[in-house]
Design a protein around this ligand. Structure first.
Ligand SMILES: NC(=O)c1ccc[n+]([C@@H]2O[C@H](COP(=O)([O-])OP(=O)(O)OC[C@H]3O[C@@H](n4cnc5c(N)ncnc54)[C@H](O)[C@@H]3O)[C@@H](O)[C@H]2O)c1
Length: 293
């Protein structure tokens, strides 16, 4: 494989990435790419992730990056995180939020029967944490004017995906927080965007019931195919760099074209085969589906 090109897009910049766990994580790829693009970075995650993930390995790969333990659902932790960050690196130029978690999905509770304590936790960890991170970054004067904030989202914020459950609600909240902060941050020329990424095989992603089928479906529906975590990181580099100074309050689809497609030929062919071959339909558990007349 030829060595990948780097462009020095983040030369002279500093940033913090919340949420890398292991090599599959979108946040891991973003941290690594930011470092390779010339940034000095810090990495943050919860204490359990430090025990079960490979975060120390990532820190080494990113030039001995400081690792800051922080539960993004706790005010005190986030406040201390930015205090520690400032002590170790000074104020930063970019913040990446790559955090998500739903206990309701883990336990596979049907949407109609969600555990509300877990629901609140999903909203807190996966949505509100963006607000908390931005709020404490500002309070601690830990983000420079001209900076960029990016959070990872998924199209289930706008459309229904049966098994994505309360994470769809959390992603709507996340995207809304990014919009609400936009004009406020713009006063200091700071921009904030969400990147709506294709299904990706990560710890959080593959915990969703039926993820494999969702992944395949999305791939067939995307003219350019599903985007990988690495490709997501490459795209994110442009948003952290000065090349996107006037892009803010956007939910940017990074999904191989999926979000703009109505139907694709492979999906139409598959549906046609199932609808016209009763044996095949029975084999894939769709024998009760018939074309409306
Ligand atoms: N994998 C996908 O299919 C996909 C698609 C679109 C968007 N996303 C989003 O990308 C982001 C990163 O997820 P990923 O797929 O790389 O999975 P991942 O499991 O690698 O990352 C999720 C991270 O969230 C961290 N986290 C959980 N609770 C936390 C808390 N209280 N405080 C701080 N961190 C906490 C976890 O430790 C983990 O590192 C998430 O926002 C996810 O929703 C993922």
């Amino acid at each position: 494989m030829p060595e990948k090109a780097h462009y020095g897009l983040l030369k002279g910049k500093k940033g913090i990435v919340f949420g890398p766990l292991d090599e599959s994580s979108i946040g891991w790829q973003i941290a690594l790419h930011a470092y390779r693009e010339g940034a000095e970075i810090a990495i943050s995650n919860v204490a359990t992730a430090l025990r079960f993930g490979n975060i120390e390995e990532l820190a080494l790969l990113c030039g001995n990056a400081p690792v800051i333990v922080c539960d993004a659902s706790r005010n005190e932790d986030v406040d201390n995180c930015f205090k520690e960050l400032k002590e170790k690196m000074g104020a930063v130029d970019f913040i990446v939020h790559s955090i998500g978690m739903s206990q309701n999905i883990r336990k596979q509770l049907p949407y109609e029967e969600l555990n509300y304590e877990w629901f609140m936790r999903t909203l807190d960890v996966s949505g509100l944490s963006l607000h908390r991170i931005v709020s404490y970054a500002l309070k601690n004067d830990a983000i420079n004017a001209g900076g960029s904030i990016v959070a990872l989202s998924y199209i289930a914020s706008q459309r229904n995906y049966w098994t994505y459950s309360d994470m769809g609600d959390a992603k709507s909240l996340l995207e809304s927080i990014a919009r609400s902060y936009g004009p406020r941050l713009a006063k200091r020329a700071i921009r904030i965007n969400t990147v709506s990424q294709s299904p990706t095989y990560t710890k959080a992603g593959s915990g969703i019931p039926g993820f494999e089928k969702m992944y395949e479906y999305s791939d067939l529906m995307s003219p350019l195919g599903n985007a990988s975590a690495e490709e997501c990181a490459e795209y994110t580099m442009t948003l952290l760099s000065d090349l996107s100074r006037k892009v803010t309050m956007q939910n940017l689809f990074h999904d191989g074209g999926y979000s703009s497609m109505g139907a694709t030929i492979p999906m139409i062919k598959l549906a046609h085969e199932v609808l016209n071959d009763r044996e095949l339909a029975a084999r894939v558990g769709l024998d009760d589906v018939s074309p409306s007349t």
